[in-house]
Write a protein that binds this ligand. Structure first.
Ligand code: GDP
Length: 193
């Protein structure tokens, strides 16, 4: 079955976004790091499943080795299923993503989000970055340009409407994401012809 995966650090709003996309309700109040198995759901009327992978990165109360294992599991899942994954949605928190990336950029360190974006590209899985919580962001275009730069894309970010999708899951405004994903799915279908 064709598959779309949702990946991202914990607390970026992945569960909220899943709920918005699928219409299912999820337990968003669960203990972080506890859900380690991927969850599969149908995306509205479209003909594919969406898989919510466990959130990685910092979670209070979760030890380092558990965090590492979660990330390794996510990476392995994507590698093992790369053939059928049509789109990888990387969810980030628009309000904090730049600070987090900059804090973790250095000679010996690649920020998780940048690493995951590059990883999807390596596997030739079309990536869409769902930049969530945009309702909290004032300097929208500057913020999105800064993100594009850090992901190795160009500015202005609007050139990458297929890749950068500003959304607010909580407000239910996810049209840019739906459009970006649909665009990639149609491309995948064209490639099949
Ligand atoms: P997850 O850990 O990635 O699954 O994140 P959750 O879906 O549990 O959301 C984490 C927190 O972010 C919750 O308090 C949500 O209400 C909040 N949140 C999610 N989406 C948005 C959004 O679009 N805007 C704002 N302001 N908060 C959001």
């Amino acid at each position: 079955d064709a598959e779309v995966v949702l990946i991202g650090r914990s607390n970026v709003g992945k569960s909220t976004l899943m709920r918005e996309i699928t219409g299912h309700t999820f337990d968003t109040g669960g203990k972080p790091g506890v859900t380690k198995k991927p969850n599969h759901y149908d995306w509205s009327s479209e003909d594919f499943v969406i898989t919510d992978l466990p959130g990685f990165g910092f979670m209070s109360g979760v030890p380092d080795d558990v965090r590492e294992r979660i990330k390794t599991d996510v990476v392995r899942y994507i590698e093992a299923n790369a053939e059928k994954i049509l789109v990888g949605i990387l969810v980030v928190d628009g309000k904090s993503v730049i600070d987090i990336i900059d804090r973790h950029s250095g000679p010996d360190e690649i920020p998780h989000d940048v690493e995951m974006f590059g990883f999807l590209q390596e596997l030739e899985i079309p990536a869409v970055v769902a930049v969530n919580k945009m309702d909290k962001v004032d300097d929208r275009d500057e913020r999105l340009d800064a993100l594009a730069e850090r992901l190795g894309l160009y500015t202005p970010w609007q050139q990458f409407a297929e890749t950068i999708a500003p959304v607010s899951a909580k407000r239910g405004s996810v049209d840019p994401l739906n459009e970006a994903v649909r665009e990639h799915l149609h491309e995948a279908k064209r490639d099949d012809l």
